[in-house]
Ligand binder design. Sequence first.
Ligand code: 13P
Length: 285
Amino acid sequence: MLVNSYEILKHAQDNKYGVGAFNVNNMEIAQAVINAAEALNAPVILQVTQGAIKYAGIEYISSIAQLAANKASVPVALHLDHGTDFEIIMECLRNGFTSVMIDGSKFPLEENIEKTKKVVEIAHAMGVSVEGELGKIAGTEDQVHVEAKDAAYTDPQEAKRFYEETNVDALAIAVGTAHGVYKGEPKIDYDRISEIRAVVDCPLVLHGSSGVPYEALTKAVSLGICKINIDTDIRMAFANSVRKFLDENPNEYDPRKILGPSREAMQAVVEEKIKVFKSDNKAWK
Ligand code: 13P
């Protein structure tokens, strides 16, 4: 069942659990996420980056994700992750996305507000949810890269102003996580999550959640994080499985035999996350 992400995230906010937003680049990943969500009766968000759109083509990737969502027995949103290009955001609206992110985090506050407001006005008129971002999250997510030295935590008062002026449905905040593989253990600024939660009413989003210890994610959810973004852990499960399979079966050349086990490995990762976020058995009809 394809729904918009606000419906999913509001339910999570009201019922105090986290929803996994899993990055999808191809059919096997989409099926892995949906199989996991159905097995655990969990609402879920399928998200694609501008890089995934460039790789697969918007018709292919949105058709795969929409088919997966429409066939699913659980609520599923189709979301654009880190939209920085206005034209691509508009293309997503035309291609059936039910949620888009406008990432204006690299711009000064005023400019970020202006760019975000513009997308909110158009998307809301089409019944599509919008995620904004404030603060700078370190690391690389496809085409978005922030050096560790340039990372900046979200200021709670700026977040309040951003939320009130833009009317976003979800807000991504920078509180110490980073995109990609961690070198050390991430240090999450929990007080900052609480301070932002106290002045911003909408569901909060944690990017860079792969590799974050599960106790930390549980705590972040208890303080107000509703959407938890996972990409790297799925990629690792995919690559490790393909590598292992080809090492053990060097003469195999059937893509189905090579990719089938990786789909199962990715499903196992997604199921584990869903349980940690406590979104299992939270789906509605
Ligand atoms: P990870 O690289 O930690 O999986 O983060 C993904 C993400 O935040 C996508 O926006």
